[in-house]
Design a protein around this ligand. Structure first.
Ligand code: 1CP
Length: 349
């Protein structure tokens, strides 16, 4: 008999399975074992491209907290790196990319995705070997828009102005870049699925900075294309879309046939999200990472509101964005125990 994975069950629409729990950025700098390994590994991209170390980092939070899912340790910016745009990480500053020539980016080559990212696929196989059968492995990519914001600016930017401006000034060229990234994301996600991931998540962290009509073009349309292509090749693999900062988009996401899960961010209204998505999509979210950092009443109230709001629907407990490096381990332990107790009491699982 195959062992059930609560994360996959929830994404199949079940609301009576154990409430699955994982955290965005769950492998990372709040964990002492991560910091130790990170210091030994040298630069961040070498860690992403070292299958043995990346697999170890992927499994660290599962060993410590017994989450229901591991998320592949990699980064959204391995895709521009694979396309031939040089990427590096500066400690304390974040990602840097060699400037993209907006008049000629014909050098970007999707033909190298599979060979360049072979170490990431190898990480997936190794994690699968180390993961219990009831745990899911999540693969991911950045959404074309979010990845493009880094490629155009050459670094993280506050309001993603360089990419937004270019999209207004030369819509055709920007559209070509989004098409390349859409194609690259499909190849990359298929590679992860063929190597063994059970679920994929598409991170559109900067969807919220776009005007509404621009969001349709640069976020929703690529999401429809990517999810369609993945579903055609791998109908059994659930897809989670996470468009941060744009709650009204849930009405549109509820209509995308090829995604099963919608990640909701910290600022989302719980009742609105439930009314818009429940019965159509599995909801994932949305504890404020700062409430988790703060602990105490803020944490209790945050967890209670989410469990009361979503506990009766198909639901995955998560944060509204990534866990912060200063978060005390004890607060994460408390969160896990509380969600588990609620799931046992209300669902018997
Ligand atoms: O020094 C370090 O340890 C680097 C910190 C770090 C880590 C741990 C970066 C640099 N990336 C990651 C891993 C990572 N990135 C994962 C691993 C799996 C997990 O969740 O445990 C994932 C899913 C990502 C995805 C990612 N990278 C996103 C989308 C999700 C989000 O948080 O919004 C984005 C926007 C990035 C870009 C990036 N990479 C790293 C940093 C510091 C950033 C953000 C830079 C910025 O704010 O602009």
């Amino acid at each position: 008999m195959t062992v059930k994975k609560p994360l996959v069950q929830a994404l199949q629409g079940k609301s009576d399975c154990q409430i699955p729990l994982w955290m965005m950025r769950q492998a990372g700098r709040y964990l002492p074992e991560y910091k130790k390994l990170r210091a030994e590994a040298g630069d961040f991209l070498s860690l992403c491209y070292s299958p043995s170390l990346a697999a170890e980092v992927t499994l660290q939070p599962i060993r410590r907290f017994d989450f229901d899912a591991a998320i592949l340790f990699s980064d959204i910016l391995v895709v521009p790196d694979a396309l031939g745009q040089r990427v590096w990480f500066v400690t304390g500053e974040g990602p840097k990319l060699e400037p993209l020539d907006q008049n000629d980016f014909s050098g970007l080559d999707i033909g190298k995705i599979n060979s360049h990212l072979a170490p990431v696929f190898e990480t997936v196989s190794r994690v699968k070997d180390g993961l219990e059968d009831n745990k899911a492995l999540i693969g991911f990519c950045g959404a074309p828009w979010t990845v493009a914001t880094y490629m155009v600016a050459g670094e993280g930017t506050k309001e993603q102005a360089p990419a937004r401006l270019w999209a207004y000034q030369d819509e055709q060229a920007f559209s070509r870049l989004i098409d390349i990234l859409t194609e690259a994301s499909i190849i990359y996600l298929k590679g992860q699925i063929e190597a063994g991931v059970d679920v994929v998540q598409i991170f559109d962290s900067w969807a919220g900075s776009l005007a509404e009509n621009e969001r349709e073009k640069w976020c929703l349309e690529p999401l429809r294309k990517i999810s369609r292509a993945i579903k055609e090749a791998h109908p059994e693999i659930p897809i989670i879309g996470f468009l941060r900062g744009a709650p009204l988009v849930y009405q549109e996401m509820a209509k995308i046939a090829d995604i099963e899960g919608v990640g909701i961010d910290t600022a989302s209204d719980i009742d609105f999200a439930r009314e818009t998505l429940s019965g159509k999509k599995t909801i994932q979210g949305n504890l404020d990472p700062l409430a988790l950092l703060a602990g105490g009443d803020a944490l209790d109230e945050g967890i209670d509101r989410i469990l009361e709001g979503f506990g009766e629907t198909a639901f995955i407990f998560n944060l509204g964005h990534g866990i912060l490096p200063e978060t005390p381990i004890a607060h994460v332990e408390y969160l896990v125990a509380k969600v588990r107790a609620y799931s046992k009491a209300t669902r018997g699982a």
